[in-house]
Each structure stands twice: as structure tokens, then as C-alpha cells.
Design a protein around this ligand. Structure first.
Ligand code: SF4
Ligand code: SF4
Length: 585
């Protein structure tokens, strides 16, 4: 029997798991309209590749992952894209975001799928690509794209693969149902993940001991598959054992340090739902377009697990379960501990929706008003991440983001165990969620301002460099002018002239320097002088011709210009003759 470790803290809230296990897993008639948010995962929203009016088939890619930390989205049924617009999202903020809306044609016609029977012979990259293309994102609730986890950065050595079948949150039985009904697919999926990770030494399927049927089913599937390497590890039920870091500690005794990933301690952890989705993607080419969801709560006539297409509106699901709005205390997506209240039922099921909870007012009364903290320390005792929740509470109230960071708020898994035990009924976890949101925004703003500062500094450097270069050129010109001036003064001294002191010498020196920089060859100078003579001669000819045609005062004026043109011709001839004389001897 494998040794298991205990985690710090934890609580034992009423499990309330039996209500939804009274009925067998089932499905619903297709909803007339499915709403697919472009962001159902951690990372960047996918990019729509269909347009309004397009017809789509079930399983067809409709939005492409926008980079490595993102996930593809596929049509959950066949029909027509009736809108691409902002709709309310199933998110704690209650905000809206872009969604692709599909009107079902009722035929549920599949697109052509790329099935593969001999997937065991596929290489690492092909397997990974199939999982990536299927748009699988952590179905336990975190929504982290599975392909990223299954390809640890820097080729870190993984010696342990953990399948998370813990499902520790009260009310939720989706994974329990999956393990009971699809145990072979869980095991086949585990084999694919193990193959991807280079067949790690340990493949552990972690299940709490309150799920004996699931434990039995998985053990049977393992023995049917004659798989002796994989191991079901059952351990005492305690909330929140299903947190990734907590489960790793329970099954391996290894602690994932703050700011590090499980792969840094040689472990990869995947939810059992994501594992089955990976199997179906590789074996049958099926993308992630449906999931098992628990529909539970006393405001419903029927409580059970259903397999539901992603995008199905919650309101439609509630209708199919005899929902009485007047009875409900509040509508929750997820469980009572880590879930969040929905302001409207007009939001869809997404890839991470493991539960729709509709408790009655008696079952889950409104929380009593919060009182002042009495520093009892019960929250710290309950915290599975060994944090100091009361300190985090003070810093959250004070909006002291630096202190929150220093007290490792990033390690808070938002399990709500602290809020659950707090005798002052302080909704601690809500403060942490708000603070984490503020820290995220702060980080985005800081990155923006860092980028602006870097741009400004780069510009300053460029301006300074240009200034230095300009100054160097100025200095070089000055040196050249002074050298020319000195040369002229020396020539004048040799010719017996006194140096000019009225500034003319400077002008002459500068002119000489300029001429020097031009430094024309004799051929070029000769060509220039010949051109000047030719142009002066032409001008004289033209002026003479005009003088012949003119009369009276106009003729006199033109004749004056003839005189001027003749002088220019004479001057050009003299210069040319001088030059030729100089050159010839
Ligand atoms: S449990 Fe509540 S009252 Fe007690 S220290 Fe924590 S926050 Fe304060
Ligand atoms: S919500 Fe955060 S601080 Fe509170 S018990 Fe859970 S991990 Fe600890």
C-alpha cells in the first residue's frame, strides 16, 4: 500500500454528494441556440474563423487558439452561425465578452474526424498536436490548456503523472460519474499521457475514499487492461485535497515551492475529465465539445449529472430540471466553496463548468453579516496553503499590493476554507479574489508604463547621439577652416602681403576650404569653363537676334543687354584661356 501524506489545514464541510447520484448519467435534447465564448480557458481568447451566416458541422473548428496559451473552439452541433457578438459570460465579474452563437439545425451532423486506431505508434509531437487541436483545457475548473502541461518547458524530467479524480468540493459528482461510467477511457487516456511524458515511473490516479464505486471501476479497468504500473491511490476525504499542489503533496510528499510549477518537482497533474478528452481526441479525432456537469440543488425537481454540449444556456438546463426561481437562494456555477454566483441564467456552459448549483433558501441561506476580525487564528489553521488569511485580509482592505505579494497571496487557491471557518463570517476569499484582480491589473499597467519608459529612454539616447555627432562635425569643420587660414597667412607672408585683419581673410579661407572640399579635377574644370563660354555665346546670339527684330526704345534696351552679353562672352573666353595657359605651362 502506497504511503500518502497529509496536508496542512483543510476542513470537512457536508459533502452533499448523494443528491446528484440518484439518477444515471443522461443527456438533454439539443438546445435551439448554443453560445460559445471565445475565452473559456486561461490565456488569450481564441480568434473566430467563421462569420455570421456560415453553416457549420458538429466538431468543426470555429475559433483558433491565439498563441500557445489559448485553446481552439469547435462547433458543438451542426447549424448556422447566427451571431458573433458580446454576451454575458459565466464569470465572477458578470461582465460580457465576444461569443459565437450557433442556431442548431437539429441534425447534429458531424464533420469528418481524423480517427486513429494505432495511436500507440504516434510520435510525441503528433500526439501533442492532436490534443492541442482538440482545444482541451483543464476540465477540473482551472481551464489551463492541456497541451502546455503535457509538454513541460526545458524538457524537465517528469517521474510522476497524477490523474486528479479527487473532486473534493461538496455537491459536485461529475468526475465521480465519469470514472464510474468511462473507466476504460480514463485508463486509455492515462496511457496516452504517460506515453507523451516519456512513460514516467509513477502513474497515480488519486481518488478520495468517499468515491468507492469510482475506485472499484478504475481498478477493474486497470486489471482489464492488464496494466500493473498504474496505481489507484485512495486517501481520506478532506477539503481541498483536490487542489493541484495539495494533491501532489498528498500523493508524493513533494511540496511545489511558491512561484513554481508541478513540473519543477517532476510531476504533471491532469484532471480525469481532461484525460478522457485527450483519449477521445487522439483515438477518434473528437474535439472537446461536451462535458459532464452536475446539476444539483433543492430549487430543482431533478438533481443529476448530464453530458451537455458546451455552449448550452444554463437557463435551458434549469428548465429541463424543474427549476423554481422563487425557491433559489442564489444560482452558482461550480461548487459552494470555489464556485461563483451568477446574476443571470442567460450564460452558457463552458469547458470548465463542472456544476450548476441551485440551492433553496433553506439549504443555503444568505450569509449572515460580517463582523470584525477577532484574531482567533482559525483561518490560518484551516488554510491548506499555510498562508495567514487574516493578514491577507488586512492587506486586502488596505489595498497594500506589495504586502499581499510578500505574504504569497499568489499561493492562495481560493478554496474558501478560511471563510468557512471564520466565526466573524468575513467573506475572506472574496477579498483575495478582488486583490488578485487588482494585482493583475497593476502588473498590466506596470508593464505598459515600463514599455513607455524604455521607449522614452531610447529616444533620449538617440537624440543625444545625434547631438554628439553634430558637434564632432562642427569641430572638424573648424579645424579645416583654421588650417586653411594658416595656409593663406603663410602664403601672404611669403608674397610679402600683410595679413588681412578685417575678417576678409576668414571669408577667403572659408571659401578656399570649401573649394578644397570640392577639389575638382582639371578635366572637370575645363568642361565647366567650356560650358560657360558656350552658354554665354548662345545668350549673345539670342540677344542679337532679338535686337534685330526690335524697334525704338525696346531695341535700345535690348542692345544694352547685347553689350552685357558680349562682356560675359569675353570674360568666359579669358577664363578659359587663362586656365589653358596654366595647364599647358
Ligand atoms: S478566522 Fe476570521 S475572525 Fe478569526 S482571525 Fe481569521 S479572519 Fe479573523
Ligand atoms: S482561500 Fe486562500 S487563504 Fe483562504 S484557506 Fe484557501 S488558500 Fe488559504
Amino acid at each position: 500500500m502506497r504511503k500518502v501524506w497529509d496536508i496542512h489545514g483543510g476542513i470537512h464541510p457536508p459533502e452533499n454528494k448523494q443528491q446528484s447520484m440518484q439518477h444515471a448519467l443522461t443527456s438533454l435534447p439539443l438546445a435551439p441556440e448554443l453560445v460559445l465564448p471565445l475565452n473559456q480557458h486561461i490565456g488569450k481568447p481564441a480568434i473566430a474563423i467563421v462569420a455570421e451566416g456560415d453553416t457549420v458541422l458538429k466538431g468543426q473548428l470555429i475559433a483558433k487558439a491565439a498563441g500557445p496559451i489559448s485553446a481552439n473552439i469547435h462547433a458543438p452541433t451542426s447549424g448556422t452561425v447566427s451571431a458573433i457578438e458580446d454576451r454575458t459570460l459565466p464569470h465572477p465579474s458578470g461582465g460580457s465578452g465576444p461569443c459565437i452563437v450557433i442556431s442548431s439545425d437539429g441534425k447534429d451532423t458531424w464533420t469528418k474526424l481524423d480517427a486513429c486506431e494505432n495511436y500507440q505508434s504516434l510520435d510525441h509531437n503528433t500526439l501533442l498536436e492532436k490534443i492541442r487541436n482538440a482545444g482541451i483545457a483543464g476540465m477540473g475548473g482551472a481551464g489551463f490548456p492541456a497541451a502546455i502541461k503535457l509538454n513541460p518547458r526545458g524538457n524537465l524530467k517528469i517521474d510522476t503523472l497524477i490523474l486528479n479524480g479527487t473532486e473534493c468540493e461538496p455537491y459536485i459528482t461529475a468526475d465521480d460519474t465519469l470514472m464510474q461510467t468511462r473507466a476504460q477511457e480514463v485508463v486509455a487516456g492515462a496511457q496516452i499521457l504517460a506515453q507523451l511524458l516519456g512513460n514516467p515511473k509513477n502513474v497515480l490516479i488519486g481518488i478520495e475514499d468517499n468515491k468507492p464505486e469510482a475506485i472499484r471501476a478504475i481498478n477493474k479497468a486497470l486489471s482489464d487492461a492488464e496494466n500493473k504500473q498504474f496505481e489507484v491511490v485512495s486517501f481520506a476525504t478532506k477539503y481541498p485535497s483536490g487542489g493541484e499542489k495539495q494533491l501532489i503533496q498528498i500523493l508524493t510528499g513533494r511540496e511545489v515551492p511558491a512561484g513554481k510549477l508541478p513540473a519543477d518537482v517532476g510531476v504533471v497533474c491532469q484532471n480525469v475529465g481532461s484525460t478522457v478528452a485527450a483519449y477521445r481526441a487522439v483515438r477518434f479525432g473528437e474535439p472537446l465539445i461536451s462535458r459532464i456537469t452536475t446539476v444539483v440543488g433543492e430549487a430543482l425537481e431533478i438533481q443529476r449529472n448530464i453530458e451537455v454540449p458546451i455552449g448550452t444556456p444554463i437557463g435551458y438546463i434549469l428548465e429541463q430540471h424543474g427549476f423554481t426561481a422563487a425557491n433559489v437562494s442564489r444560482l452558482i456555477m461550480g461548487g459552494p466553496m470555489m464556485g461563483f454566483a451568477l446574476n443571470t441564467a442567460d450564460v452558457p456552459v463552458i469547458k470548465t463548468t463542472n456544476c450548476i448549483l441551485a440551492p433553496s433558501r433553506v439549504e443555503m441561506p444568505a450569509p449572515p453579516p460580517a463582523q470584525a476580525c477577532i484574531r482567533c487564528g482559525m483561518c490560518a489553521e484551516a488554510c491548506p496553503a499555510s498562508l495567514l488569511p487574516q493578514q491577507l485580509f488586512w492587506y486586502s482592505m488596505a489595498e497594500d499590493l506589495d504586502k499581499l505579494e510578500a505574504h504569497n497571496i499568489a499561493d492562495c487557491i481560493e478554496c474558501g476554507a478560511c471563510s468557512y471557518v471564520c466565526p466573524s463570517n468575513i467573506p475572506l476569499v472574496q477579498f483575495y479574489r478582488a486583490s488578485k484582480g487588482a494585482m493583475k491589473q497593476h502588473a498590466i499597467d506596470k508593464e505598459k508604463s515600463d514599455r513607455s519608459r524604455a521607449r522614452f529612454e531610447f529616444r533620449q539616447q538617440r537624440v543625444e547621439k545625434a547631438e554628439v555627432e553634430k558637434e564632432a562635425k562642427r569641430a572638424a569643420r573648424k579645424v579645416a577652416a583654421e588650417a586653411a587660414k594658416a595656409k593663406l597667412a603663410a602664403k601672404q607672408a611669403a608674397d610679402g602681403e600683410s595679413p588681412k585683419s578685417d575678417g576678409t581673410a576668414d571669408v577667403v579661407a572659408a571659401a578656399i576650404a570649401k573649394a578644397k572640399t570640392q577639389d575638382l579635377s582639371p578635366e572637370v574644370q575645363l568642361a565647366k569653363l567650356e560650358r560657360a563660354l558656350s552658354s554665354a555665346s548662345s545668350r549673345l546670339d539670342r540677344t542679337l537676334a532679338r535686337a534685330e527684330e526690335a524697334e525704338g526704345e525696346k531695341k535700345d534696351a535690348i542692345l544694352a543687354r547685347v553689350k552685357d552679353a558680349e562682356l560675359k562672352v569675353s570674360d568666359a573666353k579669358t577664363k578659359l584661356a587663362d586656365f589653358q595657359a596654366r595647364e599647358n605651362g
